[in-house]
Design a protein around this ligand. Structure first.
Ligand SMILES: Cc1cc2nc3c(=O)[nH]c(=O)nc-3n(C[C@H](O)[C@H](O)[C@H](O)COP(=O)(O)OP(=O)(O)OC[C@H]3O[C@@H](n4cnc5c(N)ncnc54)[C@H](O)[C@@H]3O)c2cc1C
Length: 426
């Protein structure tokens, strides 16, 4: 069974929009169990209307709502269940903050992202760059199995031994091959982490970014750090750094190095459960965060890269830059092991601007030349040629074959459709 929510019915207002966009879908379908999702999909296909798939509604590409189409909203599939010592099954509609809270009493954690409001389904089918990443890997690296409704409406189990090609594609390009209804993960044994915040007011932004990059690359793999930088006349940077263990002496040693960066304004560190790193706001979606973003992966924040970021912030269109750390356990995984094929870069950089920023592409272009790939989850709009940045050539080729097998009619073509041939690949 699935509930159908129509315009003018109670509940429609709180379901029609997502975090980054407003929408007016004709019907919102809300399955109550994994087994109902196939029926919802068959119904949606029969209407011939545009389709959107939604888990947490925090997708930056805003494809989880539409005007006049059908939305399959998985919000009711939010259970978190312990399967054995470390394995858990998580509904695609759960939020990562909720997952962290449920796992904490079992002394378990799964690296997700920096926002507890982000949904499991969208993040865990794309990658998952989180604040436990350098110690435990991407979110998809924890995944042991997925329940997926494929384009024919069948619910299938995917793992290393069942529908292995589907399992491979779900871990990095899941939106292309089906609707993940629940995911199984081998969670990390983790009780407390050292959770630190730092604020800096750098006088030389390029020099600061280069120093930040060097520090992160040399940090022990327990350390992951996300940096949020604002430009303007008086540049300002805020950092969240996690030392993913309760070893106080080790944490002190590594966190102290962040106080030595130039222009420190304030800092604080506490030992806390991982769930405090990803709090849930529970705010209703109203399209409140309409932004334009461009992103890229970088091996190093070297001098040319740092200078271009600083320039984009100080005299270009970037309102903010986010720098997420990669490396460590993320890069232990072979590039071909999952559909997320970027496994040697150390940084993910996102440029954020207002929704009507006309010069964002021009501002980002010089950085795009230095970038070594992109992460599809942080691109507010995308062109067909972005596929080649998101997926290295052998991965893209394999993805196209897997997609044509599982989704020959391109039912799941809303988000980075890999079957589209870019002009250079045509
Ligand atoms: C405030 C904020 C902070 C973020 N921080 C991070 C971060 O630190 N690290 C990181 O890696 N990412 C981060 N992201 C990006 C985030 O991972 C993606 O936007 C993700 O898609 C959101 O998941 P969702 O379920 O909430 O999205 P939704 O809006 O529900 O879905 C987004 C898209 O994913 C696909 N999709 C959704 N559910 C499913 C499913 N069950 N099966 C198959 N496809 C599905 C659909 O194409 C859908 O359009 C952040 C985003 C925001 C808005």
């Amino acid at each position: 069974m699935y509930e159908i929510v129509l315009p003018n019915q109670p509940g429609y207002e709180s379901l029609r929009h997502v975090y980054t966009a407003t929408g007016s879908p004709a019907e919102i379908l809300r399955p109550a169990a994994d087994a109902d999702v196939g029926d919802a999909l068959r119904y949606a296909r029969d209407t011939g209307l545009p389709l959107a798939i939604r888990s947490g509604g925090h997708g930056i590409s805003s494809r989880a709502t539409n005007d006049g189409g059908i939305v399959i909203d998985l919000g009711r599939l939010d259970e978190v269940e312990r399967l054995d010592d470390r394995r858990v099954r998580v509904g695609a509609g759960a939020r990562w903050g909720q997952v962290a809270r449920r796992l904490h009493p079992w002394s378990l954690a799964i690296s997700s992202g920096d926002s507890g409001d982000v949904g499991v389904g969208g993040l865990a089918t794309a990658g998952g760059i989180g604040l436990l990443g350098r110690r435990f890997g991407l979110t998809i690296d924890h995944m042991t199995a997925a329940q997926v409704v494929t384009a024919d409406g069948e619910l299938r189990r995917a793992s290393e031994t069942e529908n292995a090609d589907l399992f491979w594609a779900v871990r990095g390009a899941g939106a292309n091959v089906g609707i993940a209804t629940s995911l199984e993960f081998r969670a990390a044994p983790l009780d407390l982490v050292a959770h630190a915040s730092f604020a800096y007011a750098p006088s030389d932004l390029a020099e600061f970014l280069e120093a930040w990059g060097a520090l992160l690359e040399s940090a022990p793999r327990e350390v992951s750090g996300f940096l949020y930088v604002f430009g303007g006349a008086r540049p300002f940077a805020q950092a969240t750094v996690v030392h993913a263990s309760a070893d106080e002496r080790g944490a002190n040693r590594s966190l102290e190095t962040f106080t030595a960066l130039p222009s420190l304004v304030s800092h604080r560190a506490v030992l806390a459960p991982y769930m405090s790193v990803v709090p849930v706001s529970g705010a209703r979606h109203t399209g409140q965060q309409q932004v334009a973003t461009r992103n890229g992966l970088f091996e190093h924040l070297d001098s040319p890269t740092s200078s271009l970021i600083a320039h984009g912030l100080q005299s270009g269109p970037f309102g903010m830059i986010q720098v997420r750390s990669l490396g460590g356990a993320i890069n232990d995984v072979a590039p071909e092991a999952t559909a997320f094929g970027h496994r040697h870069q150390n940084f993910h950089v996102t440029a954020v601007a207002g929704p009507s920023a006309v010069d964002l592409d021009a501002g980002w272009e010089p950085l795009a030349h230095l970038a070594d790939g992109m992460y599809l989850s942080f691109q507010s709009e995308h062109s067909d040629s972005d596929l080649a940045s998101a997926f290295p050539p052998p991965i893209l080729e394999r993805l196209r074959a897997v997609k044509s097998h599982w989704d020959p009619d391109r039912v799941f073509g809303q988000n980075f459709d890999v079957s589209v041939l870019s002009p250079s690949a045509a």
